[in-house]
Design a protein around this ligand. Structure first.
Ligand code: COA
Length: 260
C-alpha cells in the first residue's frame, strides 16, 4: 500500500525516504512513525539498497518534532508508552539498522526531528537548518532518545544547555559542535548526501554492518565495545567480501564486493 505521509524511492543503490507532511512542518504523528518503520525495514531488507538517506519535504523543515496535537492530553502511562514504542519502532530501530543511514537536515530539526537525525548514523545539514530539543518549553523532556544521543554527540555540557534553554542552534553551530558533519546550500544538500552515499556503497556492505554494530556496542549498557569489535573483526574473515577485498588489493584491481 502506498504511504500517506512519506515518499520512498530507490536509485543507484540509494533509498531516499522523505517525510512528506510539509503543511505540518513534517511533524511526526503516529501514522508517520509507523510508515517510517515500514519504509526503513523494507529498505534494509532490500539487497539493492546500500545506503538510506532520510530527509524532509519542502524548504522549511526536516521535522519540527513529534506531533504535539496528538499527545497534548495523554496520561502518564500513555506518555511512557509513546516514548517506548517510538524508540522501539523508529529511533532505536534506525540506529541499529545494518544499512547506513544519512540524515540530510533541510530545515527545522526540532524535538523528535533532531532525535530522528541523531538516530541516523551521521548527519549533514543545509545552511538554513535549525536544530534543538525544545521539549522543556512544553513541560516535557525529549523522549525519543534525545537525552542520551545529544550528550553522546556534542558533550554533556552543551547538551544540558540546549535541552534546558529549549534553544535552537544554526547549521554552522551544529557543525562546530560535531552534531553535523557538513553544511551546504539547500540546493547542494541532497547531491552531497548522494555523493557520500555513493562513496559508501562502493565498500563492503557486510563490513559496514559489522562496523555499525561495533561502534553502537560502545554506547550500549552492559556491552563492551572493544569485545564487540574483536567479535565483528573476526567475523569479517569468514565473509566473501573479505576474500574479494583482500584479493582485489593484492591483484591491484578495484574490489567488486558480493555483499556477503
Ligand atoms: N506538532 C504539530 N504541529 C506542528 C508542529 C509540531 N511539532 N510543528 C509545527 N506544526 C504545525 C503548526 O501547528 C502549523 O499548523 P497550522 O498551519 O495547521 O496551524 C504548521 O505546522 C506550521 O507551523 P507554524 O508554527 O505556523 O510555522 P512557523 O514558521 O511560525 O514556526 C516553528 C516554525 C518550527 C518554530 C514552530 O512551528 C514550532 O515551534 N513548532 C514546534 C516545535 C516543537 O516544540 N517541537 C518539539 C515537539 S515535542
Amino acid at each position: 500500500m502506498a504511504h500517506q505521509n512519506i515518499l520512498s524511492s530507490l536509485e543507484n543503490n540509494i533509498t531516499t525516504i522523505t517525510i512528506n507532511r510539509p503543511s505540518k512542518l513534517n511533524a511526526l504523528n503516529q501514522a508517520t512513525i509507523a510508515e517510517l518503520h515500514k519504509a526503513f525495514k523494507e529498505a534494509d531488507e532490500n539487497k539493492k539498497t546500500k545506503v538510506i538517506i532520510i530527509t524532509g519535504s519542502g524548504e522549511k523543515a526536516f521535522v519540527a518534532g513529534a506531533d504535539i496535537s496528538e499527545f497534548a492530553d495523554y496520561s502518564v502511562s500513555q506518555g511512557e508508552k509513546l516514548a517506548a514504542e517510538g524508540q522501539a519502532k523508529l529511533f532505536d530501530f534506525v540506529a541499529h539498522l545494518s544499512t547506513p543511514v544519512i540524515a540530510a537536515i533541510n530545515g527545522f530539526a526540532l524535538g523528535g526531528g533532531l532525535e530522528l537525525a541523531m538516530a541516523a548514523h551521521f548527519r549533514i545539514a543545509s545552511d538554513n537548518a535549525k536544530m534543538g530539543l525544545p521539549e522543556v518549553s512544553l513541560g516535557v523532556i525529549p523522549g525519543y532518545g534525545g537525552t542520551q544521543r545529544l550528550p553522546q554527540l556534542v558533550g554533556k555540557g552543551r547538551a544540558m544547555e540546549l535541552i534546558m534553554t529549549a534553544g535552537m542552534i544554526d547549521a554552522n553551530q551544529a557543525l562546530q559542535y560535531g552534531l553535523v558533519n557538513h553544511v551546504t546550500t539547500p540546493e547542494e544538500l541532497l547531491p552531497l548526501a548522494q555523493k557520500l552515499a555513493s562513496k559508501i556503497s562502493g565498500n563492503s556492505t557486510v563490513a559496514i554492518a559489522a562496523a555499525i554494530e561495533a561502534v553502537n556496542a560502545g554506547f550500549e549498557d552492559g556491552e563492551n565495545g572493544y569485545e564487540a569489535e574483536i567479535t565483528q573483526f573476526g567475523k569479517c574473515f569468514g565473509t566473501a567480501d573479505f576474500q574479494e577485498g583482500t584479493q582485489a588489493f593484492l591483484q591491484k584491481r578495484k574490489a567488486n564486493f558480493p555483499g556477503k
